[in-house]
Each structure stands twice: as C-alpha cells, then as structure tokens.
Design a protein around this ligand. Structure first.
Ligand SMILES: [Zn+2]
Length: 471
C-alpha cells in the first residue's frame, strides 16, 4: 500500500514538473538542429533579458527543457555525456515574447489570407518563442495552432490565442459585428469555451460592449486588449482594459470634437497627435492614468514604418509569393513619393510618445502587426521592431527587455519564460555577434531553442520561401 502511495506521489510530482523537453513529431524533426537530453552551451555571451549588462564566457546547461544552470565557464561544469556546443563569438538572449502578432496577411483589397502554417515557422525562425495574436480573422485557426504547436506537432512559438475581434458595426468582410453588450458577452463566452486565451477589441466597439467584454473575459481569467477609436484610451483604462495597441497612434483622446462611442474616422486620432506635446499636461495626464491603472501599451512601430516615406524596404520580402512581393514593393514606392504623408511627422512622434510613456513608468511591450499594406513579414519584423525601439531611444539592452521579459510579465508567465535564469524554461536565441553593441546582430540568428529543442532558422525559412501568401 505504501509502495502504491509512493508511485502516486511520484506521478503527481512528474505532473507538477512544468516543462519537459519539447516532444516533437516526425514531421517537425527536419527543422531541428539540436535535440538531446542534456545540452551545454559554452563560451557564450549572455544577455539575460532583465536589462543587466552582457556577461562573457558563460555556460548554459539545458536539461529536460529547462535551464539547469547558467554561469561563468569556470564555475558551471559541463555534465558528462552532454551535447556541447561552443558559442565563442556568439550571444544568447531569451526567446522573444511578442504581443501583437497575426496568422493572417493582406493578400488583396480588404482580403486577409490565412497563413498560420508559414507564419508560425517564420516567427520561430526569427527568434520568437512565445507570441500573442492581436485579434484573429481565422475563426479557429489560432486556437488549433496553439494546441498543435504545444504538443510538438508543428514547429512554432507558444501561442496565446486571441478570439476573433470583438467589434461593433464595421466594414470588414471577415469580421463579426456585435450590436450590444449582451452579444459581446456571448462572443467572449463562446470563444473562451472554445479555447481562446485572450481577447482583442476593435475600433467601432461601444463603451457598454467593451465593459461587458472586459467583465466576461476577466471572469474567465482572460486579458483584454484593444485597437480602439470609438472609445478613448482614458475611457478604456477607466473600464479596466489591460492593454492598448499601436502605442498612442490609435488614441482619440485628443480629438477636440470626439463624440462618445463614435470613431471620428481613422485619420482624426493621428492628426491630433502630430501637434501633441509629449511634455504637455494633456498627454502627461493620460500617461499618469495608464501608469496608475497598469495598462500596458504595445509598440508596433514596424507596421507604421511601412507607411512612412523615406524608410528602407522592410526585411524578409523574399519569402513572399512573387505577386505579393511585387504588390508591396509598388505600395512602398507610392508611399515613398508622398511627401505630404502624415507619417513624415507622425512616425517620429510615435517613437517620442512611446519613449515618454516608458520613461514615466509605463509598461511598454512589443509586437509587429503583419497587416496594414503588407510588408510586415513575421520573424523578420520582430527583429526590426527591436531595432526600431533602439531608434526610439532605448538602449539595446532595454529594447531586448521590452521584447522578452516585459511581454512575459504581461502574459503572467515570467516565472517560466522571458529571461535567462536557472530553473526557467530553455527558450533561447543564439545570435552571431553582439546585439548589445550592434542591435542589427539581432537578425543574425544561429539557433532558436524552444523548450530545450534547438531549431534551425535556415531550414524553417527555406521550407516556406516563395510560398508565403498561399499557406
Ligand atoms: Zn493587428
């Protein structure tokens, strides 16, 4: 009897041990570079994600999907039988945790192609080991993909799957309309039951529907974010929203004749921001409210950069199908010629406002939003987002923290992911070079470890090259 009890206790203990090494299906093995019970990464430069300075000559021991030890080469012994990888000249950072991602992409006028299969590979190849989708137009794809990736049946990052957008009357063919607070509540309840793990609200929602959404989501332990317009940031904060998308560029708080519950048009908010003084009282009062209510703000500079004249072509266009690549390049050329574009002033303002928010104690997280007019290509975009945070005035170490630990904290998962420390899950990105000195080295990904299994970015990217846009 005692023996049986012992067995039961051991079984329970095994269940309690959180991450085992990711078990991968046969069809995923072709993307894997390292898969061994014990791995020792030696002579690495480690940027741990907390904002601490890079540490040279480190050994990281990975066992059962976790970081069993990390420290100076002289202190941390390489276990016998470990697969040892010398990382001289390379840097290890935590896997990126990105909070405004999608598994769809604009493929035609008002049409969004569903690209879960290729996008999940590209995100992982780019160093993203955890992502939240920022609204979905797929119905069940985000939830299903979350489950497939979690059990190793497909390569990709861990997914926090949003429900389809909660929005009022709108013109999107692929978007549901909720006409009342009660309908909003039913939408959240249905998708919560179906397995969605967070909720995104959108531009035409009313305050009443937003309040019901937040109430129903919070009852279920789900967080709510919003790309708002009809509801101001200040109103949403008062209603208890957890997160606001696109930095301040979706704010209508400063539109003079704003009517309650009505989006004054997509351009009005941005116009009101161009002249806004980040040191002025109006802006600082809004920041104070967001800081006090702990409302996180997601920076998605990548999508706005694609609209801004004078900016370089975004990285990663070569993986798109040739027609989609051409379509974006033509759009980019049109944007480049438009010297009157509001983004000439708005893009630098977006950077300044986000920096001011973070410096005032606001919770800034990162995402990339592969929508807009195209050209925001997953994986590549996540690296670009970190570069743009540095352009906004954050140090490379601060930018890496925003793209890793801050995202993990928002998701409530920072005990397991988001930084490099003994006992945490082995979600790691090995980079050639040193991003603390040259942030562009964040593009030079050598290997991406998710839950202890090392994936090859080259194999993941080669498997989708030229097909992104179809699947
Ligand atoms: Zn989005």
């Amino acid at each position: 009897m005692r023996f049986v009890l012992l067995l039961v206790m051991l079984a329970l203990l095994a269940l309690a041990a959180e991450a085992q090494r990711l078990a991968i299906a046969d069809n995923v093995k072709s993307f894997v570079a390292v898969d061994a019970p014990v791995v020792a990464l030696t002579n690495a430069r480690v940027i741990d994600g907390t904002g601490a300075a890079a540490r040279a000559h480190q050994t990281i021991v990975i066992r059962d999907g976790n970081i069993a030890d990390v420290g100076d080469v002289g202190r941390v012994a390489v276990p016998q039988g470990a697969t040892t990888i010398d990382l001289s000249g390379k840097t290890v950072i935590p896997g990126l945790v990105m909070l405004h991602e999608h598994f769809y992409y604009p493929t035609g006028p008002g049409v969004y192609g569903q690209l879960g299969e290729s996008f999940s590979r590209l995100y992982l190849a780019g160093g993203v080991t955890t992502l939240r989708t920022g609204g979905n137009l797929n119905g069940f794809m985000d939830v299903n993909l979350m489950r497939l990736v979690a059990r190793g049946a497909k390569p990709g990052p861990a997914i926090d799957a949003t429900a389809p957008y909660v929005n009022g009357p709108n013109t999107f063919m692929q978007m549901h309309t909720v006409n009342s607070a009660d309908e909003a509540r039913r939408h959240v309840a249905y998708w919560g039951d179906a397995g969605a793990t967070s909720v995104k609200t959108y531009m035409q929602i009313t305050r009443a529907a937003l309040a019901a959404t937040i109430d129903e989501a919070h009852k279920r332990g789900l967080k709510v974010t919003g790309h708002l317009c009809s509801v101001t940031y200040g109103e949403a904060a008062d209603l208890g929203i957890d997160n606001l998308e696109h930095g301040f560029l979706a704010s209508t708080d400063f539109v003079g004749d704003k009517q309650p519950d009505v989006c004054p048009g997509q351009g009005r908010g941005p116009q009101s921001l161009v002249a806004l003084d980040e040191n002025g009282t109006a802006f600082q009062q809004l920041v104070k409210k967001l800081v006090e209510r702990r409302v996180a703000l997601t920076s998605t500079l990548t999508v706005f950069e694609t609209f801004t004249p004078g900016r370089p072509l975004p990285p990663g266009l070569d993986v798109l199908t040739p027609p989609l690549k051409r379509q974006f390049e033509e759009a980019h050329a049109r944007f480049a010629k438009n010297a009157e574009s509001i983004y000439v002033k708005l893009f630098p303002k977006a950077l300044a406002l986000e920096r001011a928010f973070a410096r005032a104690g606001g919770v800034l997280v990162a995402g990339t939003d592969p929508t807009g007019s195209g050209g925001v290509v997953p994986g590549y975009s996540n690296q670009r987002q970190i570069e743009l945070l540095v352009e906004a005035g954050f140090s490379p170490l601060e930018a890496i923290t925003i793209g890793t630990l801050s995202g993990a904290r928002y998701l409530g998962r920072d005990r397991r992911i988001g930084s490099i420390a003994k006992g945490k899950q082995a979600d790691l990105v090995v980079l050639n070079g040193d991003p603390a000195v040259n942030i562009a080295d964040i593009r030079r990904v050598d290997t991406v470890f998710r839950q202890g299994v090392g994936f090859s970015p080259a194999k993941l990217i080669d498997s989708v090259r030229g097909h992104v846009g179809i699947w």
